[in-house]
Design a protein around this ligand. Structure first.
Ligand SMILES: NC(=O)C1=CN([C@@H]2O[C@H](COP(=O)(O)OP(=O)(O)OC[C@H]3O[C@@H](n4cnc5c(N)ncnc54)[C@H](O)[C@@H]3O)[C@@H](O)[C@H]2O)C=CC1
Ligand SMILES: CCCCCC(=O)/C=C/[C@H]1C=CC(=O)[C@@H]1CCCCCCC(=O)O
Length: 252
């Protein structure tokens, strides 16, 4: 896919990887809709990018709320002229808030996919396009300290694989792929006890992160563009420091 002139909607676009995705997509010629629950950070990014409202917009959007999410699509279409790329990136990593975690990381991706099929699907009068779902290095291996988080990321890989099947692509013209980065420094610092269900899981957290190399968000954003341009529908891509994205063989 040639990114020039395409419109990308990025959930969780205001901070972290999402912020880098918005900047990298813009650098590659996309118009960008930054969608996030964090209005201050979203407005801040909009200001920092300093582009005209015909090129970059911010839409306040909670992915746990279907109506708000739908409004973000509608507003993007009316202000930027369409949607071609959806990056379902918003996420929470906190097993103490496990119901919210499932609602954002899995149900939020399902809402984003259903809306993408509705607004992008050729069978519904749309242009076709690409959906990228946020997986993680925990999409195909157990993170013992964060069982619920890990379950959401495994589920995203399964959802990507099924919705990305050629049966759906033939119908909708929408490719569905998943990007699975290794952690940034920020994800591994801070007090793990705030994220794990029991302080007894602290040793498991140390084991989980022991051999995990850190990656820079800028490298992950470059991998996002690669995957949007080239990845076959249904595939999930591990992004590690110092190498190109590598396809995961999830549940072979
Ligand atoms: N940072 C890391 O080390 C890794 C991150 N990932 C995945 O990459 C994606 C982005 O991660 P980070 O940038 O690190 O996260 P982050 O916590 O820095 O950013 C997440 C963004 O999502 C937004 N958000 C949270 N709940 C929301 C909701 N209900 N509706 C809309 N927006 C919401 C937040 O406001 C924030 O801007 C996630 O899916 C994460 O699981 C995967 C592997 C490693
Ligand atoms: C051992 C776990 C490896 C998986 C890492 C991962 O997938 C990270 C996910 C991020 C998604 C939402 C988050 O909260 C995670 C990272 C947050 C980074 C910012 C942390 C700053 C803070 O602790 O306040």
């Amino acid at each position: 896919m040639d990114l020039k002139g395409k419109v990308a909607l990025v959930t969780g676009g205001a901070t972290g990887y999402g912020r880098e995705y918005c900047k990298e997509l813009y650098r590659n010629g996309c118009k960008v809709s930054i969608c996030d629950i964090n209005t201050d950070a979203g407005e801040d990014l909009l200001h920092q990018m300093g582009k005209s409202s015909k090129e970059v917009i911010f839409c306040p959007c909670d992915v746990t709320d279907y109506l708000q999410f739908e409004e973000a699509f509608q507003s993007t279409i009316s202000k930027l002229g369409g949607v071609d790329i959806v990056v379902n990136n918003a996420s929470v990593m906190n097993d103490r808030l496990w119901e919210l975690e499932v609602d954002v990381n899995l149900n939020g991706v399902i809402r984003g996919l259903l809306l993408a099929m509705r607004f992008l699907g050729k069978d519904r009068g749309g242009p076709g396009g690409v959906v990228v779902n946020a997986g993680s290095c925990s999409s195909d291996r157990p993170f013992v300290s964060l069982p619920v988080f890990t379950a959401t990321k495994h589920a995203v890989a399964a959802l990507t694989r099924s919705y990305g099947d050629q049966y759906h692509v033939r119908l909708t013209g929408v490719r569905v792929v998943s990007l699975c980065p290794t952690p940034t420094e920020a994800a591994l610092t801070g007090d793990p006890r705030k994220r794990i269900l029991s302080t007894e899981y602290e040793q498991a957290w140390q084991n989980d992160i022991a051999n995990t190399a850190i990656i820079r968000p800028e490298s992950v954003a470059k991998a996002l563009v690669d995957v949007i341009q080239k990845a076959p529908s249904g595939s999930s891509w591990l992004v590690e420091a110092g190498g190109p994205p590598r396809q995961l063989s999830v549940f072979p």
